[in-house]
Ligand binder design. Structure first.
Ligand SMILES: NC(=O)c1ccc[n+]([C@@H]2O[C@H](COP(=O)([O-])OP(=O)(O)OC[C@H]3O[C@@H](n4cnc5c(N)ncnc54)[C@H](O)[C@@H]3O)[C@@H](O)[C@H]2O)c1
Length: 222
């Protein structure tokens, strides 16, 4: 495949995050296209195919993976099937984007890495938060040494769907006078050893908080 050709993607799992992949990769029309989709619940795959103009609904992941017109596979099914499907796809010559977590345990993750080394294909885990502006900004600050020596880090993600926040309001949301449950809100907390204080074991904690715009929130959260 030359770099000028579109990447032909097969999607396994057409649920919640599968739909996000369809939207996001679907926006990159010059670079990639969905050529096949499958789901354990086939009516959903058929619905997505119709909605996004995908020509093929494969009856099973195996059938999708074996298709010659598929260059790369997105594995967007529940966690327990990540490793087996990612490895099957690699062994059939497909690049893989696998949803997080890679597997149910570290051995499953290692199996994916071994399959990647065996085949030389590309594997990526959907750790998309690494490209969030907040994460990138913090990384730049760390690289510039502005935060001193980091000895611990904690990250989190508040969302209005998935679990109830109850009365929890992140301080940065409170400062802005916004209830946390109306906003998706990422935070990164670091334990930092200020320069020259490592020997004394003195640490401080820094919390950074980024809030998505309502428009972006609505696009993703619905
Ligand atoms: N990167 C992220 O931010 C992010 C966000 C949400 C979910 N996820 C991950 O995505 C995965 C799916 O989560 P979801 O929220 O989309 O779940 P979901 O239940 O909405 O969708 C999963 C879909 O996979 C299908 N499915 C199940 N087993 C299958 C199989 N063996 N073969 C084919 N289809 C199968 C189901 O029918 C369902 O439609 C999870 O591993 C989750 O951790 C990642």
């Amino acid at each position: 495949m030359s770099s000028k050709e579109k990447i032909r993607i097969g999607l396994i799992g057409a649920g919640n995050i599968g739909n996000v992949h369809l939207q996001e990769f679907g926006a990159l029309k010059d670079q990639c296209e969905f050529v096949a989709v499958t789901d354990a619940y086939l009516p959903l795959a058929e619905q997505r195919a119709q909605q996004y103009g995908i020509p093929v609904v494969a009856a099973t992941p195996d059938e999708l993976i074996r298709r010659e017109d598929v260059d790369a596979v997105i594995v967007a099914v529940p966690n327990q099937a990540h490793a087996s499907l990612a490895i099957l796809a690699l062994d059939h010559g497909k690049h893989v984007l696998v949803e997080k977590p890679m597997g149910l345990n570290s051995e499953a993750a290692k199996e994916i890495v071994r399959a990647q080394r065996r085949t030389g294909l590309t594997v990526m885990v959907a750790h998309q938060m690494r490209w969030e502006p907040l994460s990138l900004q913090v990384k730049e600050q760390i690289d510039r040494g502005e935060l001193g020596k980091i000895y611990t880090a904690k990250t989190g993600w508040y969302r209005r769907k998935g679990f109830r926040l109850g009365n929890v309001v992140h301080p940065a949301c409170a400062i802005r006078g916004r209830p946390a449950d109306r906003y998706r809100c990422a935070y990164v907390g670091f334990g930092v050893l200020p320069h020259g204080r490592a020997e004394a074991g003195v640490g401080i904690r820094i919390d950074l908080c980024g809030i998505r715009s309502p428009q972006e929130r609505d696009r993703h959260v619905g």
